[in-house]
Design a protein. Sequence first.
Length: 158
Amino acid sequence: MVREIFRRRQKIILSSFEARLASTYVGAGSHLRMTEKMMTYRQKLGAWGEQLAREFLEKQGYAFVDCNWAKKRGEIDLICEKSKDLLFVEVKTRASQEFGWGEQAVNWRKKQKIKKTINQFLFENEKFNDYFPRFDIIVVELYSLKPNFVHYENVELG
């Protein structure tokens, strides 16, 4: 009973933002290649979390550079810059704790893939050579109607 109510609430929350996601990602010059109809529930939830994290960072004065920058080695969810700091962000969105905390999903193996991807980005984008790269994790918790952000700054990639 409780699980069914929770799933209904998730569908209502997501359906109210589907139009916003479609206008934000599809045809907006991003690297997201799927249309709204092709996206699964998890993909919609993740895309929504990335959009919320982007808005969160923009409110803190960061300028958006790119999103979902992907290469063979891996993907970087968000890339932002602010006063010679180049921020590489891994966004984890959680609608429940059923699969653990968001920050737990960024394990050693994931960090190694991100590290290689960051190096590839810096190699391909020489205009950022004089910037200081930084890796952050933002966990977007959607347990209530207002999202909660947990921001881990300057995470070591090991």
